[in-house]
Ligand binder design. Structure first.
Ligand SMILES: *Cc1c(COP(=O)(O)O)cnc(C)c1O
Length: 432
């Protein structure tokens, strides 16, 4: 499969090149040249297939033959070695739990799949690849864990000092091997700016192959479509009009759901559930796309002012506002509303949600007011203990730490402090 750049000024790219480069040379996001719907039989027999078989069928057209069938089947199966349970709360609301992976946020699947693809492409390569990634929390841990021990790949994670939770910091600073953490005296935006500058810096790129590992990379973005199929598989015999409410930040996850729909998955509608960083909610009302600097909230993985994947969503719906509006609803909620939702979920259903999942729940409720017959599935994108302070303060009950989290809490943090872009550059040139 070839990929084109959404800036339309770069040459077509192979899957391999798109994975290694991340972004096209004209700075556009890559998008697959063709999307071929899967046969109806596939959707009719979902409940008799394994997760790995579903995932292989969904992703193969985007990857074969650059990774051959046997290897791709292996990559998919080892990526998905944990559970994706659907918990039904009542006749109209379920939640799909995406936090059963090693770092307990949904980003594990994309990070693991991308790491395995990059490892495959790099197995006979003498030039090492350096993955450079800025994180506000969950991406760092998922990437660190996914890429740990992958031959020929170095990982450098930049995170804002004092601005990620203790659990998140441990997840990205304690692994060692090919994973290094740089603690930046600054904000997430400062980290992001440094990373972007490094990709454009000839004096670095002449000396090393740099790539990104956020959802602009096709290998991190596309496997997220599996989630929607897994949830549908569990619900389609019981409910019609299945709707997904996706807590959205960079809009990679929801955009992957839309790809699943393009493959033929009968998703009735999508709901983009936002905190007060709501550029898309406003766009669907006013038709004006007006990004703003991000505002800090308790659902901080969604504190994004200008979602990088929105351009892919526009492409999927052929840049037609009316078509987009037929498929996508969007609502935005404050932190106070999010806290009430966490309490309501706990008191009504005994369900402990993290702040991102709670925003997804609120989106489902808002949608159901106008569409009372639908069945909404909100994605629970992180385990509640990843946001322990907020969760315990709201529901007033101590939460036990899951195994995966306990295991890193006892390990020693190793990081290096940097302040300026020159520090980053010197670090990279010295170490790689
Ligand atoms: C990254 C993240 C999101 C947002 O996902 P996007 O694909 O960027 O829209 C939501 N919830 C959690 C917990 C996350 O880590």
């Amino acid at each position: 499969m070839n990929y084109y750049s959404l800036n339309k000024k770069a040459a077509l790219s192979s899957f391999k090149n798109a994975v290694i480069k991340g972004l096209a040379p004209d700075k556009g996001l890559y998008f697959p040249e063709r999307i071929t719907p899967l046969p109806q039989d596939f959707f009719n027999s979902l409940d008799s297939m394994s997760h790995a078989d579903i995932a292989y069928e969904a992703i193969k057209q985007f990857v074969l033959p650059e990774i051959p069938e046997k290897d791709l089947r292996q990559i998919v199966a080892s990526t998905l070695s944990f559970d994706f349970p659907v918990v039904t709360l009542n006749d109209h609301i379920s939640t799909l739990e995406l936090f059963h992976g090693p770092t307990m946020a949904f980003k594990d699947v994309g990070a693991r799949f991308m790491a395995r693809c990059l490892g495959y492409f790099n197995q006979d390569n003498t030039q090492e690849v350096t993955v450079l990634v800025a994180t506000s929390g969950d991406t760092g841990g998922a990437v660190a864990n996914g890429f740990l021990g992958v031959k020929g790949v170095n990982v450098v994670i930049l995170y804002p000092s004092g601005k990620v939770s203790e659990i998140q910091e441990k997840q990205l600073t304690t692994l060692g091997q090919n994973i290094r953490a740089l603690e930046v005296d600054g904000t997430f935006d400062d980290c992001q700016t440094m990373v972007k500058r490094a990709f454009l810096d000839d004096s670095l790129t002449r000396n090393m192959q740099l790539t990104s590992a956020n959802s602009i990379n096709v290998a991190r973005w596309l496997p997220q479509m599996f989630y929607f199929m897994f949830a549908y598989r569990q619900l389609y015999k019981t409910y019609e009009d299945i709707v997904f409410s996706v807590p959205s930040g960079n809009f990679g996850n929801i955009c992957a759901g839309m790809m699943a729909q393009q493959l033929g998955l009968p998703i009735h509608h999508f709901i983009a559930s936002n905190n007060v960083n709501n550029v898309v909610t406003r766009y669907l009302i006013s038709q004006l796309y007006e990004p703003r600097p991000s505002v800090q909230t308790i659902s901080n993985a969604m504190d994004v002012g200008a979602p990088s994947n929105f351009i892919r969503i526009q492409e999927i719906y052929k840049n037609k506002f009316d078509t987009l509006k037929e498929h996508l609803y969007s609502y935005s909620f404050t932190d106070a509303e999010t806290r009430s939702a966490m309490l309501e979920l706990y008191n009504t259903f005994g369900y402990v949600a993290d702040p991102h999942g709670a925003v997804g729940y609120l989106g489902s409720k808002a949608y159901l007011k106008d569409h009372p017959d639908a069945h909404c599935v909100f994605l629970e994108t992180a385990h509640p203990t990843k946001f322990l302070d907020v969760v315990e303060a709201v529901i007033k009950k101590d939460q036990p730490l899951p195994e995966q989290i306990q295991a890193v809490m006892d390990k020693e943090k190793v990081s290096e402090n940097i302040t300026t872009y020159e520090d980053l550059k010197a670090y990279l040139l010295t170490n790689y």
